[in-house]
Design a protein. Structure first.
Length: 418
């Protein structure tokens, strides 16, 4: 997700350079200053400002951290009047215009974050309405409105719809197709090579051929389970092995999203096993190398399906090797992915192979309003208050912002709820 996000955003901006040129002409404010005082991270936010902010807020929420009010306000202020979000707007006080490049992925990530934090019902509703208004005829979404559907975009929108209390399977295009129709069109079925069956492609190539893509597969598995970035943590006894795509002997290969999620999970588990419990990146022009971000995504996807053994194994690799992820500690998106992966497995993000990921994440943005006592979060707090003890963090010269609640992301569950 992390590498694909940057590459896709750059590609989309290049294709739409005529529209984006006015935005590029005005250099964005330095992260953490001026209009960006509430932004996480110091890197240029042009391509991932909304995305990384959303992941950071979601990750903090799962870890019992109440974000600073200005961090939440920064995200909310990025929304356009029509409900959409661009990848980043350096001047959020100015209205969005025809040259503002709307981003379905950024919009969907923001929906998930604002839904989790609560108190932003109207903003979430506007974004959901906008997403529905730009749905492709095949039921899916591309990175930008009108672009061809791709597995990652369709999946993140499904997660947003679920987080907002919508029913993705009933969200139909004018043609009558659902997001799952678009997603299943991108799955490699029984006519593919045995090793590729169950995987998802990002998009068909110019000849219409589907090539397996681990990033797209992880995203599609999560969507097939009806989940967004935050999933219900694994129980200790959840160790179901995913079933590979059934082909031959009259088997139809599974037609529904849950069957597709199961087969996709089996493909992911197989690839992880072959690569020493992690995924590899294969970006054009670069040597293959460990893909930490997509390995984290795979952990979340496998956890969503209750595939504990495979998920825990991959998380163990991340715990051991995350320090090799270049500059991860300065990246809110990378840290957010690792925290969300730890949450999915039920691991402690404050002791991730000896690293306190939550502390590192908090350090990339404005000081949180409050941090829940980890022992209380684990159910070891005072019996009288039900383990809800909160440690307040003082801010010099200012009172803490009151009334910022910690919401719970309510997303539809797949086969684990049946």
């Amino acid at each position: 997700m992390y590498l694909r996000r940057s590459a896709a955003a750059l590609a989309a901006t290049t294709v739409l350079c005529a529209l984006a040129a006015p935005l590029a002409a005005a250099a964005p404010a330095a992260a953490g200053k001026g209009a960006d005082a509430g932004l996480y991270g110091e890197a240029d936010p042009t391509y991932d400002g909304v995305w990384r902010q959303s992941l950071a807020l979601l990750a903090q929420d799962t870890a019992g951290v109440t974000p600073a009010g200005k961090a939440v306000d920064w995200l909310a202020a990025q929304q356009c009047d029509d409900g959409s979000f661009a990848s980043y707007r350096p001047e959020p006080g100015k209205a969005c215009g025809e040259k503002t490049v709307a981003d379905t992925n950024a919009t969907s990530a923001a929906v998930q974050a604002l839904s989790a934090l609560g108190g932003h019902g109207k903003a979430v509703g506007r974004s959901v309405d906008w997403l529905k208004s730009v749905q492709n005829e095949d039921g899916g979404w591309g990175y930008n409105p009108g672009s061809p559907s791709d597995s990652n975009s369709v999946s993140v929108v499904i997660g947003a719809l679920a987080a907002a209390g919508q029913e993705p399977a009933k969200t139909t295009s004018e043609k009558g197709d659902t997001p799952y129709d678009a997603l299943l069109d991108l799955r490699l079925g029984c006519d593919a090579k045995a090793a590729d069956r169950g995987a998802f492609a990002y998009q068909p190539d110019k000849k219409g051929v589907l090539a397996p893509n681990a990033d797209a597969t992880a995203a599609a598995v999560l969507a097939g389970e009806g989940d967004g970035f935050v999933v219900e943590p694994l129980e200790k006894d959840e160790n179901e092995a995913p079933e590979a795509l059934a082909c031959g002997g009259g088997a139809d290969g599974g037609k529904g999203p849950e069957d597709a999620a199961e087969a996709g999970a089996a493909h992911l588990a197989d690839v992880l096993q072959k690569n020493d419990r992690h995924l590899m990146s294969a970006l054009p022009g670069s040597e293959d190398q460990p893909d930490y971000g997509n390995t984290a995504d795979a952990v979340i996807a496998l956890s969503a399906g209750g595939h504990g053994n495979a998920a825990r194994s991959a998380l163990g690799w991340l715990e051991k090797h995350h320090g090799d992820w270049e500059e991860y500690a300065a990246s809110p998106a990378a840290l957010g992915q690792l925290v969300l992966a730890a949450h999915a497995v039920g691991a402690d993000p404050r002791d991730f192979g000896g690293t306190d990921l939550v502390k590192q994440l908090n350090a990339t943005g404005p000081e949180p309003a409050a941090v829940e006592d980890p022992k209380a979060q684990a159910g070891e707090g005072d019996a009288e208050d039900g383990g809800s003890t909160v440690t307040l963090i003082s801010t010099i010269g200012a009172f803490l912002v009151a009334g910022i609640g910690i919401g719970i992301l309510l997303s539809g569950r797949g086969r684990r709820k049946q």
